[in-house]
Ligand binder design. Structure first.
Ligand code: CDP
Ligand code: MG
Length: 706
């Protein structure tokens, strides 16, 4: 190999080992459930958190809220909920324990593991519920879910009566939904307490009760228990959580971390993808494969697919004597069956390379990792009222970099290769800015309103979002007609909040009722829920491009996707057909799942999901426009597109059906900023439609039209 990435450093981070490392699971052992349970039992008792079991249960009994801090891998997520279950915090058939995760993958994979440890079928005593997928029943006592899902439950169950305990996991990530949940849970805890006090004084429960819970039937409040809240975090700054919950006690679980030797590049790397794949090859060829697997942190799916391709090309040319490379990607949108692969040990004479987003930073523990390659970037959702929502690739924080390095020292001493210089590391911010301070708030404001929080500006956030962003969200919801001019939820707004979707999509679905094209709109919303409908192998770009052309609509991507779905259905989802047409079959199956859920929801909300507009698809685009009028751009005399709401130059994504085409106006599903602003999922529309979709904002376009 001629090209190399040069590293310097070699300083060790982390403390010496405490206790023995967890053994890597043996492969291909015959399934013996009892032996497996015994094996797991022993493993469970070796986890650092086991020693704190008594103290944890005691503190949770004593206090309404407890904050627990522990190193990643110490057993917080899998063990603490079980301790509570074993200690009777949930009553069979009555109350359950909810454990929230910021990510779907974590919720499902952890639930699976815990069901195994408890010795129950997944979906029975232990289960999970995530958007569009429910693997639980009324008897489920331990439910893993996404934080977004629990937020939705508050809409139908304002006091979360079915839960005795809510465990808020990965709180240090401070995702938007975690932050909202923190505020809502504190409110609910206080609301329940007040109810109990009133009940104890023999007062009618409605009187003086918190307004948000005021419409709750009085009688039903009898016997309502306290809501226990457990906030779990992998970083040490727990004081803020404690202060937020009236000085809740903080428990520290000692970690088990082996030393990690960290290297930095000698010079800044122009292309971290190139550097990442070269570094993997260097590690692979220069250290024996028995020295452990490699975990590479990248920004997102695209990065991962690129590095996967680079590695596949290089792996084909490895000398025979060098062990094989098994590349396993993991990112949120990856189908579950493939996600599961990262947890499997590699076959003999093979080294596993896991390519991950920051999903593997704290929420998933991948066994066997001894080498970490840190690109130093992640993808963050950003929001600027002028350009709308964006996904930006940005440098991580120092605290993230430390977490990433720590992944190499879980089972033995490890190595971390940072693809940036030590000077660059020193320039990184210590902590990431909480998501709530930098992202789009439309959906959460709608949810807060639907949950009865009238004064969103006065809501008790742990970190208040910028007023400007809140006001923008209120305005946007007003433009979508989800709020009236006094800021109160409209009937339409209440209806929109029922959908686990961004309000723009639920608005489009709503519009489809009158337009008679619910079937098409729901299909497209489902299609937009996955990242890549096509699978494009690096060496077959042209062929796959040609195959895709068969589905391409002149009107753009929304209708292109629709015709892809129709063709897929006509082919009966056939595997060979997908292969021939470079269609991502897993993604299509996910689309069908989402579609089914949305169809059910429509039927429940009195919209006929079968209504179809036939061959004339204009109404479909107009429905989307009724939700996406803020994502429009007009063609300029110089041939560029300029966004309507921020006068930014917007480029059509190269993968779009409209790439290189000129049309008077476009709307898009998403703007992605990388080196420039790219519009994704783009369709052509008549400028007049934009005016009609939102007379409040863009009526002027109608008067300007000839
Ligand atoms: O939450 P925390 O990072 O503290 O730890 P955890 O997720 O509860 O993981 C504890 C241990 O359970 C890990 O070190 C893994 O060895 C094991 N585990 C596993 O083998 N498979 C899973 N799906 C999850 C955890
Ligand atoms: Mg965890």
């Amino acid at each position: 190999m001629a090209r190399k990435v040069e590293f310097r450093g070699g300083a060790q981070e982390g403390e010496g080992a405490h206790g023995g490392g967890a053994k890597r699971r043996g492969k291909g052992a015959a399934v013996d459930h009892r032996a497996r349970a015994r094996e797991l039992r022993a493993q469970r008792e070796q986890l650092p958190v086991f020693g704190a079991r008594g103290a944890i249960v005691r503190e949770v009994r004593r206090h309404a809220t407890v904050v627990i801090v522990g190193e990643t891998g110490s057993g917080k997520t899998t063990q603490i909920p079980q301790y509570l279950l074993e200690s009777g915090f949930s009553r069979y058939g009555e109350t359950a324990i909810a454990v929230t995760q910021p990510r779907r993958v974590a919720a499902t994979s952890v639930a699976k593991r815990v069901a195994e440890e408890v010795g129950t079928a997944l979906g029975a005593r232990v289960g999970y519920t995530i958007r569009f997928e429910d693997c639980s029943c009324d008897k489920t006592q331990l439910r893993f879910c996404t934080d977004g899902l629990l937020l939705r439950e508050i809409l139908s169950d304002p006091l979360l009566r079915r839960y005795s305990v809510v465990v808020l996991d990965e709180a240090h990530e401070r995702t938007l939904r975690t932050d909202i949940l923190l505020g809502m849970l504190r409110d609910i805890q206080r609301g329940r307490r007040r109810r109990r006090q009133l009940a104890a004084q023999g007062q009618p429960q409605g009187a003086g009760a918190h307004t948000r819970f005021g419409d709750d039937a009085d009688g039903a409040a009898a016997g309502i228990g306290e809501l226990k809240i457990i906030v779990m975090s992998a970083t040490l700054d727990a004081d803020r959580f404690s202060a937020y919950f009236d000085d809740a006690p903080v428990l520290y679980v000692a970690g088990r971390q082996f030393p990690v030797t960290t290297y930095y590049t000698v010079a800044p790397q122009a292309d971290y993808l190139d550097a990442a794949h070269l570094t993997v090859l260097q590690i692979h060829t220069e250290t024996p494969s028995t020295s452990g697997d490699i975990l590479v942190f990248l920004a997102g799916q695209e990065d991962i697919e690129n590095v996967e391709r680079l590695l596949a090309e290089a792996a084909a040319h490895l000398p025979r004597a060098v062990p094989r490379l098994l590349v396993c990607p993991i990112f949120a949108a990856l189908p579950q069956a493939q996600q599961a692969l990262v947890f499997e040990p590699a076959p003999e004479f093979t080294r596993k390379v896991v390519l991950a987003t920051n999903i593997a930073e704290t929420s998933l523990t991948i066994p066997g990792i001894r080498h970490v390659v840190d690109s130093g970037v992640h993808k963050v959702r950003g929001f600027d009222p002028r350009i709308g929502e964006s996904l930006l690739v940005e440098p991580i924080s120092r605290s993230s970099a430390r977490q990433r390095a720590g992944r190499a020292g879980r089972e033995a001493a490890g190595f971390c290769y940072r693809l940036y210089t030590e000077a660059d590391f020193a320039q990184l911010p210590e902590d990431a800015v909480p998501e709530i301070r930098r992202c789009q708030l439309t959906m959460v404001v709608l949810q807060l309103k639907a949950a009865g929080v009238d004064d969103v500006l006065g809501f008790g956030f742990m970190d208040a979002p910028p007023k400007r962003a809140l006001k923008h969200a209120l305005l946007e919801l007003y433009a979508l007609e989800a709020l009236d001019d006094r800021g109160a939820l409209t009937a339409l707004g209440r209806w929109m909040a029922e959908f686990p979707l961004d309000p723009s999509y639920s608005k489009a679905i709503y519009a489809s009722r009158a337009a008679g094209c619910t079937r098409e709109v729901v299909d497209i919303v489902a299609l937009l829920s996955v990242d890549s409908l096509f699978y494009v192998p690096a060496d077959k770009r042209d062929e796959s491009n040609q195959a895709q052309a068969a589905f391409r609509s002149r009107d753009g991507d929304h209708l292109t996707y629709l015709s892809l779905l129709r063709a897929y259905q006509a082919a009966g989802g056939d595997k060979d057909w997908c292969h021939e047409h470079f269609v991502n079959r897993c993604a299509m199956r996910h689309v069908l799942d989402v579609r089914q859920q949305l169809t059910r929801l429509c039927a429940r909300l009195a919209i006929d999901p079968a209504q179809s507009c036939g061959a004339d698809l204009d109404p479909v685009l107009r429905c989307f426009l009724s939700g996406f009028f803020h994502n429009c751009a007009l063609l300029q005399p110089d041939g560029s597109y300029r966004s309507l709401n921020g006068s930014q130059t917007v480029h059509v994504h190269p993968g779009s059906a409209l790439f290189g085409k000129k049309t008077p106006a476009i709307f898009y599903d998403q703007l992605v900023f990388t080196s420039r602003l790219h519009a994704r999922a783009v369709s052509a529309v008549d400028p007049l439609w934009i005016a009609q979709a939102s007379p409040k904002l863009y009526g002027r376009l109608a008067s300007a039209a000839p």
